[in-house]
Design a protein around this ligand. Structure first.
Ligand code: GDP
Length: 578
């Protein structure tokens, strides 16, 4: 087995391209282009070079998906043919924005944040509010740089950081047992997310009550790590009485928001708490051909403003193309009639040209009619993932046979980040608002919702508040304890350091004292030896030298007096006074 990393050194630039590159799937054909894995261009020496080379040295699109699931390396070669007529789209080069002419037209008014209201459908004639006269703020002019400063490298920094951190994605699958949920998940990620041993067939998993089970797999593709959490809901819609079978799912989704909210509002919080919120919910609709069931309507109505729902028609191979088309129309009609909010794939993913057109054509395929299969069939030398029938093969990765590729491309390749953004900025924000405003999940205030005595209600609120305060206090206490422990450890460390230094100084002084003693002894011995040799004591010598000195002084004085006398005699004789 050969790892993709071993095939050729992938330069940072080309990795970044792979990272930002969105898929180019031809809308009506059997073709799909996939990220290139074969030797990408050599790393450019400078960014300038890279930018100039980029357009010229785009690698041929082909795919070798290297997936490592559960620590087991698995290599799957994709049997999808590549549409060479359409060039693969590339990530925008990390160049500074082009200069804006001074007389540029005013920038378009930014579209407001997508709310759950407009997720479903954009109003055809949005009400236009009169623009207030605001003071004009002059746009800063874009200045051309004389040389290369380096901030054009910023996208690479972001890329490196994101790759290092890895990505988290939580996908929920909801639908009756036996609709092919696990098969589809395995086909989506080209790996055994669901192990046959650990995940028995649908009949064995049918439960009397709805359960929510999560399984986490670490996937790796071209050096990018994805922590994928699959949330399964066995037992959904399997009971005779399915009333409230959505409640455990709502509770699960909200519990994840609650966890995130708690992590965010902790006294000592992490910069980025782990994101275990449900980012996408694939809702499986049975291929009945008769539209939505009441349970489907109820579930999507209740969950539509809590999670990104993507409706999926299961086992599309059981319908003819015409039936499938009619069924899709019927479902979309009912979704509109019941005002169900489903995830609205944004028209623009920031791509231009072909990429944008492809997104548009794939968007029109909602609800995605999918076929799942985990068996690979050989046909005309091609390896095809599909379901074999006496009359032919229903290919999973063929857009003429089903919408599997469209679903995979939209969910994983082009809109994964948007799904996360919408979860965070719309659904989670809604939950947070409701929570902080003291509303229950149906939007009604907690107080009016209950039939409790107001005093008991107040008592309960007080208890809740006290509990919260206690929790915060214990958190603060913990932090305090940790800090005290750290400080103590530091003090102990510095105490030990001081003791060590003190000991070292003491030893050095002792050594010095010993050395001095030694020298003293040596000097004494030398003195004794000298006294013995000369027969003189040091005191005698000292006395003698003193005597000699004093004699010399007396002699010198006498001589001086004599000299003085001679001089005075001479001066009297010559008459010169001195
Ligand atoms: P789950 O209970 O929803 O997870 O369903 P499974 O994935 O275990 O699939 C139930 C059965 O349906 C299995 O025998 C699958 O082989 C089969 N199946 C899965 N996907 C499809 C499909 O797209 N078409 C058809 N005809 N059968 C499918």
């Amino acid at each position: 087995m050969e790892s993709t990393e071993n095939t050729a050194p992938i330069s940072l630039q080309s990795k970044r391209e792979l990272f930002f590159k969105s898929d180019t799937v031809s809308g009506g054909g059997v073709s799909a282009s996939v990220p290139p894995s074969a030797a990408p261009p050599a790393p450019p020496s400078t960014l300038k070079d890279a930018l100039s080379k980029r357009s010229a040295t785009l690698p041929e699109p082909q795919e070798t998906n290297h997936v490592e699931a559960n620590g087991i390396a698995t290599k799957h070669s994709n049997s999808v043919s590549v549409d060479v007529s359409k060039p693969p789209s590339t990530a925008p080069p990390p160049t500074p924005a082009p200069p804006v002419p001074i007389s540029a037209p005013p920038a378009p008014v930014p579209t407001p944040l997508r709310s759950t209201e407009n997720i479903m459908k954009k109003p055809e004639h949005p009400p236009v509010a009169p623009k207030p006269d605001l003071p004009k703020i002059e746009k800063p002019k874009t200045k051309e740089l004389d040389g290369y400063v380096g901030f054009a490298n910023l996208p690479n920094q972001v890329y490196r950081k994101a790759v290092k951190k890895g990505f988290e994605f939580t996908l929920m699958v909801v639908g009756e047992s036996g609709l092919g949920k696990s098969t589809l998940i395995n086909s989506l990620f080209l790996t055994e997310v669901y192990d046959k041993d650990k995940h028995p067939g649908p009949s064995l998993r049918v439960k009397k009550t709805v359960g929510v089970e999560t399984s986490v797999v670490l996937l790796k593709e071209n050096g990018v790590n994805l922590t994928l959490t699959i949330v399964d809901t066995p037992g959904f819609g399997d009971a005779v009485d399915n009333s409230n079978c959505w409640q455990p799912i709502i509770d699960f989704v909200e519990s994840k928001y609650e966890e995130f909210l708690n992590a965010e509002s902790r006294v000592a919080r992490k910069a980025a708490p782990p994101d275990t919120r449900v980012h996408c919910c694939l809702y499986f609709i049975a291929p009945s051909g008769h539209g939505l069931k009441p349970l489907d309507v109820e579930f999507m109505q209740r969950l539509g403003d809590k999670v990104n729902i993507i409706p999926v028609i299961a086992k599309a191979d059981t319908m003819t193309p015409e039936e499938c088309k009619d069924f899709k129309e019927q479902i979309m009609k009912e979704i509109g009639q019941h005002k169900i909010k489903i995830y609205d794939f944004p028209e623009s993913t920031g791509e231009e040209g072909d990429g944008a057109d492809v997104t548009k054509s794939l968007r029109a395929r909602v609800p995605f009619a999918v076929v799942g299969a985990n068996t690979v069939i050989e046909q005309d030398g091609r390896r095809i993932r599909g379901r074999k029938y006496p009359w032919g093969i229903a290919e999973v990765e063929n857009l003429e046979h089903c919408d599997f590729l469209a679903l995979r491309n939209m969910v994983i390749r082009t809109h994964l980040q948007d799904l996360k953004d919408v979860t965070s900025s719309v659904h989670y924000e809604n939950y947070r608002c409701r929570k902080l405003a003291g509303l229950s999940h149906d939007g009604k205030p907690h107080r009016t919702n209950s039939n409790k005595n107001p005093l008991a209600q107040m008592e309960e609120e007080k208890r809740e508040h006290d509990l919260k305060m206690e929790k915060m206090e214990s958190e603060m206490e913990q932090i305090f304890q940790t800090k005290v422990r750290d400080k103590r450890a530091k003090l102990k460390e510095s105490e030990a350091e001081l003791a060590r230094r003190h000991e070292a100084t003491r030893r050095a002084l002792e050594a010095q004292a010993r050395e001095l003693d030694e020298r003293q002894r040596a000097l004494n011995a030398e003195r004794a030896a000298w006294e013995r040799d000369t027969g003189l004591s040091l005191d005698d010598l000292r006395r003698r030298s003193l005597e000699a000195n004093s004699k010399e002084t007396v002699d010198g004085k006498e001589k001086k007096d004599k000299k003085k006398k001679d001089w005075s005699f001479k001066s009297v004789a010559t008459g010169i006074s001195i």
